[in-house]
Design a protein around this ligand. Sequence first.
Ligand code: AMP
Ligand code: MG
Length: 298
Amino acid sequence: MNTVVTVTLYDGNNDILSGVMELCRDYEKMLSRTVEGSDIFNLNNAGGNNVLVSPQTAELINISLDISQKSDGAFDVTTAALTELWDVTNKTSAPGQDLISEAIKTVDYKKIKIDGQTVSIPLGTKLDLGGIAKGYIADKAAEYLKNNGVTNAIINLGGNLLILGDNNGEPYSVGVQKPFDKNGEIVLSVNTDNKSVVTSGVYQRYYTQNGKIYHHIIDPKSGYPTDNDIDSVTIIADSSAVADGLSTACLVLGIEKGTALASQYGAEVIFIESNGKITLTDGLLADYSTTVPNVRLK
Ligand code: AMP
Ligand code: MG
């Protein structure tokens, strides 16, 4: 997953901790697009033919498709040709328009065919579950912990946070980072328990060319990294997979459409714009605290 996994148990034992880490590794082997023999690797190399995937991969593809439909394609796991082309972690200059136009032709979630565990994607199309897999794995990790009697834990998959239980009867306070701040300053904290808190931010992976930021979240309609002045989106939801998918989708959609999408899932959202303005959905207004005095709301 190219990320640090931290699981903190407040009850349970070392065997459970080892078990949950093993589970994360198993899911990576199933869902990573770069691990040879994973379901996603097999699909991307199947030449358009059917592939029999695990029930979990099928479930995650179905969750992804639901978010794709509700976001009108702002979230689309067939964007791999574009993410590979931009490859912002390794490249430092933007690809040419001709290459972007070619890659964008392979992007269309509607062309994923799924029937039970049998999946196919068109030849040339590639899947990338990077926008949702961490959340899904966090959900599975939480399920494993609960099945083993753990009632209180924090699962952190590279900033994708899942809180199991509460903080001695009180909510946990989860900080939301100030985008691009090198010192990790927190702009506000959300008080929550038994929820997932997931942030997508343009500052998480990017390079700068001629003063412009090129980051890792792609607008599937333009083929370019989103350019809508939203620096980060934080989702608070029951399901970590949904929170993860929505954080990516809402970053593409912006405040108005993003809020409408999140409400369909009963999720709350924090948008931070590049001018520092913060917008919270209504369910959060009563339940946050700012640590920065000049924070601008709505
Ligand atoms: P996240 O950090 O959860 O927002 O996920 C970002 C990752 O999702 C990127 O690194 C890509 O692998 C993938 N991705 C980028 N743009 C999209 C998109 N519009 N829809 C779905 N996945 C995307
Ligand atoms: Mg995401």
